[in-house]
Structures are given as structure tokens and as C-alpha cells.
Design a protein around this ligand. Structure first.
Ligand SMILES: Cc1cc2nc3c(=O)[nH]c(=O)nc-3n(C[C@H](O)[C@H](O)[C@H](O)COP(=O)(O)OP(=O)(O)OC[C@H]3O[C@@H](n4cnc5c(N)ncnc54)[C@H](O)[C@@H]3O)c2cc1C
Length: 395
């Protein structure tokens, strides 16, 4: 059975006393993540659904889900920090929209770790209103010339390449005249400047394009038809995390419950009630995850339902980390300043110490969860308009 194979792999390669990557010191986490990714790649566990001719395993969503579940259960990452951009988002998009040459060139390089991708969508005046983007790309005989600025580019400082949503026909309507370009970062026309987050980490960046270049054939999908390509790409953003996030958050809840118990606070009726509510909501999240998995395995596009999930988990996370701050009281003022090092998704890594500074960092990180991947207001608009059939908001 495939699950047995994955368990055997994990058992063979993890130490007997392994409690999760969160138990390692920050530098050791980075090293582990890199080595673990290489190991998963050499064992065919990185891009399970990609066809074998591009380096994938040629398996189905069920196998992909099993790997995600088993990795989550033992607290190991399913890839590197930028793999959400390279494998989930760009890789899946290339398989749908890319040419044969693009798939043959880019996909094996993504898996081998030769090309490391980041996402260049948001701009200072184009976030929720992404189609308001102004980064401009102009075609000449053999290349595109790109000018403009992107912002909030996560892990851009770790990347070698960026996929850039650009305006390629300014005379066309707002959602037309946009193309998705594939661009190397290491060139004179591109500057990547780090931005510091609340936790003190330099996790995202501004990226400036001044006559930057990419080849003429580095467009994914039709020239000027990039809006549909971009919407597809965003649909791949969270991948199978929908299925595993409830499990990870339940582990966070259990840690918080232990913390409250250690501090003798379970007898406080107000805190106990808030803990109970958090537990109820995280169990609901797990049910939503199961529902998404059923849809996914049944080949159903969960579409706008993913907004329900995003809204649910991001608000649960903020509610529960706020509760942690109240449980910790003044001890919560001790954020480490090192962040939850390298956490690629908003759940404390398995094995993280149950200390005030870890929770304080977690609380700070959770602030961003209702902004990225579509803010809560935008998710509510989608739920209202597409799931409930309410009138569209004025545009
Ligand atoms: C941690 C983090 C990582 C990120 N990583 C990346 C990345 O790698 N690549 C990338 O391209 N982008 C990235 N982003 C950017 C992210 O996609 C945007 O922040 C997000 O789309 C919101 O856009 P904005 O920040 O411009 O806010 P705005 O769109 O300006 O929104 C401001 C406020 O107005 C509200 N609002 C806006 N429009 C409406 C509306 N129609 N109805 C009701 N309320 C509305 C919003 O909900 C929000 O509260 C990241 C952001 C964060 C926080």
C-alpha cells in the first residue's frame, strides 16, 4: 500500500526520538529542510501528480494527500520554503497552460532545485484589486522588457526566478492586456529589497524592475490572456494544505491547552470557555478539510468553497493566538525576534517549544493571515456573491 511505503520512508530517514522540525534550532531547521527536500525528491515524493516525463511520480491526488497527511503527522515539511510557488503554483499552472517546451525546460529544474521561484503579483497599488497592476512589459524582436515594481514578494531573497504578472497591452480593458512572464532574478535590471515583518524577520521583499528582460517565449498561456492564467495559479496556492491544516491547528490547540493547564488557568471560567470555543472551531475546521478532500478526490472543483476555508482558518488562528496572549499575560511580551524560523505556513511547526516567546512570535505572524492569499473582506465578498448569490458589491 502506498501509505505503508510513505511510512516506511519516514521511519527509515527520521531519528527514533524525532518530535518535529520545530524542535530544531533555526539554522538546523534550514539545513534539515534542504536535505529533507532533496531526499523527498530522490524518492519520488515531491511532485506526485506531475507526469513522469517531467520528473513527477505520475500518481494521483490520493497519493499526494497521503504524503501530505503522513508528513504532517510526524512534523516534517513536504518541500522547501519556495516550493509552494515553484511546485504548487507555477508547476501546476505550466501543466495546464504551458507549452511542451516550457514543461520540459522548467518542471525538472523546479524539482531539482535549480530554479527557485517566487511570486510577483502584488504591487503598491494593486493587491486585492490585482487587475489594477501597472508593471509594464513590452515585446521587441527577441525579448520582453519589464518596468515596474512588485511588493510583498515572499522568499524573493531565496529565489532565482520570479513569475511576473505584467500589463502587456495598456490599451485593453482592465482584465485584458495582462500576461504572465517567467523571469530570471539575477540580472542588472532587477533589484530585490528586503522588508522586515513584525517578528523582525526579513521574509518578504520589494522587487524593482528597470528594463529587466526575459525571453520572448517566457509567457505562460496566451499573450494578453494572462488574467485567466493568474486566476488558475491562485487556485493552486494552498494545495493539499486544506486537508492538513486542521490537523496542524489541532496540535497547536493541544499545546495551548497544556500551557493553560501548566499555568493553573483551566479553572478560570472565562478562559475555559474561550478554550472550548477554540476547540469547537478547530474541529469544525477539520470537518471542512475532510469535505474539501472528498470533493477533491471526487474530481470536484471546490472553487468558492475554498474562501470559506481560508476565512475560517485565518480567523481561528488570530482568535487562538490572542487567547494565548491572554493566557500568558505579561510573559507574552517576550517575542524572540527570530520568528517561527522558516515556517512555510501559518501553523507552529511540530515539535516547537511550548514557550511564551514561541507563542508571542506566532501571535505576531498570525496578523498577516487575514491579509495574504485574499483578505477576509475579499473572502466574504466571494462567499456572499458566489456561494450565497447575494447582489454584487458596487465596483
Ligand atoms: C505575509 C504576506 C505574504 C505575501 N506574499 C506575497 C507574495 O509572495 N507575492 C505577492 O504577489 N503578494 C504577496 N502578498 C500580498 C497579498 O496578496 C496582498 O497583501 C493582499 O492581496 C491584499 O492586498 P493589499 O495589501 O494591497 O491590501 P488592499 O487590497 O489595499 O486592502 C486594504 C484593505 O481594504 C480591504 N478591501 C480591499 N478591497 C476591498 C473590497 N472590494 N471590499 C471590501 N474590502 C476591501 C482589504 O480587505 C484590506 O482590509 C503577501 C502579503 C502578506 C501579508
Amino acid at each position: 500500500m502506498f501509505r505503508d511505503r510513505v511510512r516506511a520512508f519516514l521511519g527509515e530517514h527520521l531519528p527514533a526520538d524525532w518530535t518535529g522540525i520545530g524542535a530544531l534550532l533555526p539554522a538546523a531547521q534550514d539545513q534539515f529542510r534542504e536535505e529533507w527536500r532533496a531526499l523527498m525528491h530522490s524518492n519520488g515524493l515531491l511532485a506526485l501528480t506531475w507526469p513522469t516525463q517531467y520528473g513527477g511520480a505520475g500518481l494521483g491526488p490520493l497519493e499526494q494527500l497521503i504524503v501530505a497527511e503522513e508528513c504532517t503527522a510526524v512534523g516534517v515539511p513536504q518541500g522547501g520554503l519556495n516550493d509552494n510557488f515553484g511546485i504548487q503554483m507555477l508547476g501546476s499552472t505550466l501543466l495546464r497552460w504551458g507549452t511542451e517546451e516550457q514543461c520540459r525546460h522548467y518542471l525538472p529544474r523546479i524539482l531539482a532545485g535549480d530554479d527557485v521561484w517566487c511570486q510577483g503579483f502584488s504591487e503598491p497599488d494593486a493587491g486585492s484589486d490585482l487587475a489594477g497592476l501597472r508593471t509594464r512589459a513590452v515585446a521587441s524582436d527577441d525579448h520582453w522588457t519589464i518596468n515596474g515594481q512588485k511588493i510583498w514578494t515572499s522568499y524573493g531573497h531565496l529565489a532565482t526566478h520570479i513569475f511576473v504578472l505584467s500589463r502587456t497591452d495598456p490599451s485593453a480593458g482592465k482584465h485584458s492586456g495582462i500576461s504572465l512572464l517567467l523571469c530570471e532574478l539575477d540580472q542588472p535590471g532587477i533589484e530585490v529589497r528586503p522588508l522586515k515583518t513584525l517578528t523582525g524577520e526579513e521574509e518578504f521583499n520589494e522587487v524593482f524592475f528597470t528594463d529587466a528582460r526575459c525571453p520572448l517565449d517566457a509567457v505562460v498561456g496566451p499573450v494578453n490572456g494572462g488574467w485567466a492564467v493568474a486566476m488558475d495559479l491562485l487556485g493552486y496556492e494552498r494545495g493539499e494544505a486544506v486537508a492538513t491544516l486542521g490537523t496542524r491547528f489541532r496540535r497547536d490547540f493541544d499545546r495551548l491547552h497544556d500551557l493553560a493547564a501548566e499555568r493553573g488557568q483551566l479553572a478560570d471560567p472565562v478562559l475555559a470557555e474561550r478554550l472550548a470555543y477554540s476547540l469547537q472551531r478547530v474541529e469544525e475546521l477539520r470537518c471542512l478539510g475532510r469535505q474539501a478532500v472528498d470533493g477533491w478526490l471526487g474530481g470536484r472543483d471546490i472553487g468558492a468553497e475554498s474562501s470559506l476555508h481560508k476565512l475560517f482558518w485565518s480567523e481561528w488562528l488570530q482568535m487562538t493566538t490572542e487567547l494565548a496572549m491572554d493566557i500568558l499575560g505579561s510573559a507574552a511580551t517576550t517575542a524572540s525576534g527570530t520568528g517561527l524560523q522558516g515556517v512555510s505556513f501559518p501553523a507552529a511547526e511540530a515539535g516547537s517549544a511550548n514557550t511564551p516567546s514561541v507563542w508571542a512570535d506566532y501571535f505576531l505572524r498570525a496578523r498577516a493571515a487575514t491579509i495574504y492569499a485574499g483578505s477576509s473582506e475579499i473572502q466574504r465578498n466571494i462567499i456572499g456573491e458566489r456561494l450565497l448569490g447575494l447582489p454584487k458589491e458596487p465596483r
